[in-house]
Design a binder for this molecule. Structure first.
Ligand SMILES: Nc1ncnc2c1ncn2[C@@H]1O[C@H](COP(=O)(O)OP(=O)(O)O)[C@@H](O)[C@H]1O
Ligand SMILES: [Mg+2]
Length: 327
């Protein structure tokens, strides 16, 4: 049971889209948003669910929460069929949609939380403990009395994450929780999720466009494209399949000719702009030896590592194996 906390077997979601094509004329079209997806997530796992825009990620999450009913296949969360027993399931799951808030727009955060306390009938002590913990770890103390509409995107997102956790859900679905966030907010959110998973064994399914989220949080990543699962495994494996590259952005003390490093590091300069240089290296390789060598041989001021973008990884995955079928 615990090894199959989330179960999907051939799950499908077909939308019937009607489009006006002229006066009194309409065209019907089927959109197979999710096209036969099967996977298992054991309790306590933190899984990335990635793919290009329109791949079917949000639709999957909506089915997992019971907001949408699958058109086919079988789906269970904690043994519950989400769309049939949505209310029962609601007490056991938390969900955060990056593009939409579950908070009351005109109310201060504190009042939204009070409403949730009632709605979910959270025992008083539990509520206070959870709220205190979220306020501390998500840095919300100064924000509790501010109406939600006055919060920045990053602040609101932290407020939304707290809201999703006040009732101690066993599983947390996050749909693009870091979209549009600044670097500091992203780091805060990631750190919080890591702790939550480690301390409470909360199962986390994370949809994201940012491979850095996955790298820092998830041991396992599933890639969805056109409604189908095209990869399920470790992030490093995905990089190998896609032969993707990461980029080291290096700031030198001054403008210099393109850096040359020993060929065993499989690195090449792809761009130079004044004192800044971009070095591409295989994403499955560690950046550590490269950074060590750079630091020893060049006057470094700063550096950062950039993950490849998801579209590029998926495109290369197909290029590497054109016969690639859904897993
Ligand atoms: N309510 C809807 N009605 C019709 N089509 C939809 C609806 N929701 C999503 N879709 C379509 O289903 C596909 C998958 O969408 P979505 O799950 O939102 O993708 P993602 O979250 O991966 O960007 C897209 O082609 C989208 O246009
Ligand atoms: Mg989406």
């Amino acid at each position: 049971m615990d090894s199959d906390f989330i179960e999907l077997d051939g799950v499908e979601k077909v939308f019937d889209v009607r489009r006006r094509t002229g006066f009194l004329r309409r065209e019907r079209r089927e959109v197979r948003a999710v096209d036969g997806i099967s996977f298992r997530v054991p309790r306590g796992e933190m899984v990335g669910y990635i793919g290009p825009n329109g791949a079917g990620k949000s639709t999957t999450i909506k089915m997992l929460t019971g907001i949408l009913t699958p058109s086919g296949g079988r789906l269970r969360v904690a043994g519950i069929d989400p769309s049939r027993e949505r209310t029962k399931l609601a007490h056991r799951i938390g969900v955060v949609f990056g593009q939409r808030t579950t908070l009351w727009w005109d109310l201060p955060l504190r009042d939204s939380y009070r409403l949730m306390h009632r709605m979910y009938r959270i025992p008083d002590r539990r509520f206070r403990e959870n709220l205190d913990r979220c306020v501390e770890l998500l840095d919300l103390a100064e924000l509790l009395d501010v109406p939600v509409r006055q919060l920045s995107l990053g602040q609101r997102m932290r407020g939304d994450i707290a809201a999703a956790l006040l009732h101690d859900p066993e599983v947390l679905y996050l749909d693009e929780p870091t979209i549009g966030l600044d670097v500091i907010s992203k780091a805060k959110v990631r750190g919080f999720l890591r702790d939550l998973n480690a301390e409470r064994s909360t199962t986390v399914l994370l949809t994201t466009h940012d491979l850095t989220d996955i790298e820092q949080l998830c041991d396992r990543v599933m890639v969805i494209d056109h409604g189908r699962l095209v990869y399920d495994g470790a992030l490093a494996g995905l990089h190998e399949v896609g032969e993707s590259e990461r980029t080291l952005v290096v700031d030198l003390e001054r403008e210099m000719p393109p850096i040359e490093l020993a060929s065993d590091l499989a690195v090449r300069v792809v761009r130079v702009e004044g004192p800044r240089q971009w070095l591409a290296f295989p994403a499955s390789a560690s950046a550590a030896p490269l950074v060590a060598r750079l630091a020893a041989e060049h006057p470094l001021v700063d550096l950062s590592v950039r993950e490849p973008d998801i579209e590029a990884v998926i495109a290369k995955m197909y290029a590497a194996d054109p016969s690639r079928q859904a897993v």
